[in-house]
Write a protein that binds this ligand. Structure first.
Ligand SMILES: *Cc1c(COP(=O)(O)O)cnc(C)c1O
Length: 227
């Protein structure tokens, strides 16, 4: 029971020390607690420990949790694969959708986001290591997609997200993160007002923060191993 609180504090300490090690402030790295497969009671414990941002991968699993925890200040991020016939539910339930990787999905989210709600925050998911099985836009296609998505009025394009090829080698982790950061900086130079570089998970936090991550997505290190 006290475990989620203490692991959350440990992760926050880790983020702060990685940030300090590269002369960044810890407040520049936002923590998304990835609560996929965890019951709403676990999310409630994290909320009570001060955590606000939560990430979910599966719509059908997320919806009842979002409903059960309504009005408690949670900010919900969708970080799973997007089926285009599910965009209406995503647009209604989430604050962020981090895995937009094609224009059709962006257009549907824009059309379906209620005018009574704030614009939906989105990130474009980039297949930064060009893995055939992985979701995400290829790096060379990002500028055109970003330009088009940034013009959709019910969306607010915040930045880029990636899940690099799995490796325990910090040098290779940094190469992938650095490529994503360069793409992000190029878009900003081109005039897009982006503030979010969503990269880094339990196993590669240090490399991601060193390379400029502004948002890390951590599941296991907060909630324990997934069963
Ligand atoms: C599951 C998941 C995470 C969290 O992974 P952990 O290894 O549990 O920290 C982060 N991002 C995405 C997109 C995920 O699917």
């Amino acid at each position: 029971m006290a475990d989620i609180r203490s692991r959350l504090h440990a992760v926050r300490d880790q983020i702060a020390s990685h940030a300090r090690a590269c002369a960044r402030g810890p407040e520049g790295v936002r923590l998304v607690a990835v609560s996929k497969t965890r019951p709403a009671t676990d999310v409630a414990q994290a909320l009570e420990a001060g955590q606000r941002d939560f990430g979910e991968n599966y719509l059908q699993e997320a919806l009842p949790k979002i409903e059960a925890l309504a009005n408690r200040g949670a900010v919900w991020h969708y970080i799973g694969r997007i089926q285009s016939n599910k965009t209406r539910e995503l647009a209604a339930a989430f604050d962020w959708v981090q895995t937009v990787d094609r224009l059709k999905v962006a257009q549907r989210l824009d059309a379906q986001r209620s005018p009574d709600m704030l614009p939906l925050n989105i990130c474009l998911q980039v297949n930064i290591d060009r893995e055939p099985q992985k979701a995400g836009t290829l790096p060379e296609d990002v500028p055109a997609l970003a330009a088009a998505a940034s013009r959709l009025p019910r969306l607010r394009l915040r930045g880029l997200m990636a899940i690099p090829a799995a490796t325990g080698d910090p040098a290779r982790q940094r190469t992938s993160f650095s490529a994503l950061r360069e793409l992000f900086e190029r878009l900003r130079t081109d005039g897009l007002e982006l503030d979010t570089l969503s990269m880094g998970m339990s196993g590669d936090l240090a490399a991601a923060i060193t390379e400029g991550s502004t948002m890390v997505r951590v599941g296991t290190a907060i909630f324990g191993p997934r069963g």
